[in-house]
Write a protein that binds this ligand. Structure first.
Ligand SMILES: Nc1ncnc2c1ncn2[C@@H]1O[C@H](COP(=O)(O)OP(=O)(O)OP(=O)(O)O)[C@@H](O)[C@H]1O
Ligand SMILES: [Mg+2]
Length: 298
């Protein structure tokens, strides 16, 4: 049975950040303990009800991809047993599948997005301007159409409550310098391309994905946070893909659709979600884990 955790509680550890989904603790030796909770955010608001096991699924999916892509781009994971860092008396079973020990990195202040298909804000921007993050695209593309080649479409990391905004590659260069900007661009496209090919063999299209990067004291670049999860990516079942429509996906769209139907104003606090919707959402995360990583939580 998956465990359920809305908020972590690790007395004695130094909580440095409670994100929408993850609780982040500082560990000695310039390391972090990152706990993925079962919080669900929609439209950037954290909903009051947990999705049981979601944090475990996110962590397991991320760990799977971090492992698979480690030969391409170094990642933040450290091979430290959790029992070594959790406070004495902690329920190990509650944390072992949802927590990781990582390097503590200096975040690169950009959401590194790769897109292989035209959907979401990419589709919106293209319709408005014919281009995306300053990249001119051919005329006449349709919604959900595959791009001739994957493109790097960075966005700014918005403060809590704000929405991210697509920016040009030049804006990234201005923020972090040409060298780091190019490293992030290449790493993002490399990971996306590798993962998209991997998923394609399993009948899943990865339409786009968002990565986060950080640097260590020596300026070395690592991919951090989460990787290729349903929260950070659009996964489409290949058999249901059609150009011109927004395909059903393994992400939070199901909850978003429910919330849209409720007429909620998208301001905090978010509404309670019925058990049926929570159940379907949990099943979608489990299905993504199974189909992509061939993993099952038991
Ligand atoms: N190895 C790392 N070193 C430093 N920071 C990291 C590392 N891995 C992840 N983070 C940061 O930890 C946080 C994870 O929390 P979470 O994903 O819940 O945040 P979020 O709600 O997406 O974003 P926000 O930080 O804006 O609240 C993010 O701010 C992420 O950038
Ligand atoms: Mg996050």
């Amino acid at each position: 049975m998956p465990t359920t955790l809305l908020q972590s509680n690790l007395p004695g550890l130094d909580l440095i950040h409670r994100g929408k989904v993850r609780d982040v603790y500082a560990l000695p030796g310039n390391r972090l303990l990152i706990v993925a909770t079962d919080r669900l955010s929609a439209f950037d608001v954290v909903l009051p009800d947990p999705i049981p096991g979601k944090g475990e699924m996110l962590t397991q999916i991320s760990n799977f991809w971090f492992g698979k892509t480690a030969h391409l781009v170094p990642n933040h994971l450290l091979d430290v047993p959790l029992a070594e860092v959790l406070p004495p008396g902690t329920d190990l079973a509650l944390y072992e599948k949802r927590a990781v020990v990582t390097r503590r990195l200096k975040p690169v202040p950009v959401e590194a997005i790769a897109r292989g298909y035209l959907i979401g804000s990419g589709w919106k921007d293209y319709q408005a301007s014919g281009s995306l993050c300053g990249i001119k695209l051919p005329a006449g593309l349709k919604q959900a159409q595959q791009l001739a080649e994957p493109i790097f479409t960075p966005s700014t990391k918005a403060a809590v409550g704000d929405h991210d905004e697509n920016v040009s590659f030049d804006a990234v260069i201005a923020a972090v310098g040409p060298d780091l900007a190019e490293q992030v661009r290449v790493a993002t496209l490399t990971i996306y391309q590798w993962a998209a090919a991997y998923a394609a063999e399993r009948g899943i299209i990865i339409a786009d994905t968002k990565l986060e990067f950080g640097t260590d004291e020596d300026g070395k670049l690592y991919v951090m946070d989460e990787m290729l999860t349903p929260d950070s990516s659009r996964f489409w079942p290949a058999e249901e893909y059609r150009v011109g429509i927004s395909p059903p996906s393994y992400d939070k769209q199901f909850v978003r659709d429910y919330l849209e139907d409720q007429g909620w104003n998208k301001q905090a606090p978010g509404p309670h979600v019925p058990a049926g919707v929570i159940g379907v959402t949990a099943a979608k995360y489990a299905d993504a884990l199974q189909r992509l990583a061939d993993l099952k939580l038991d």
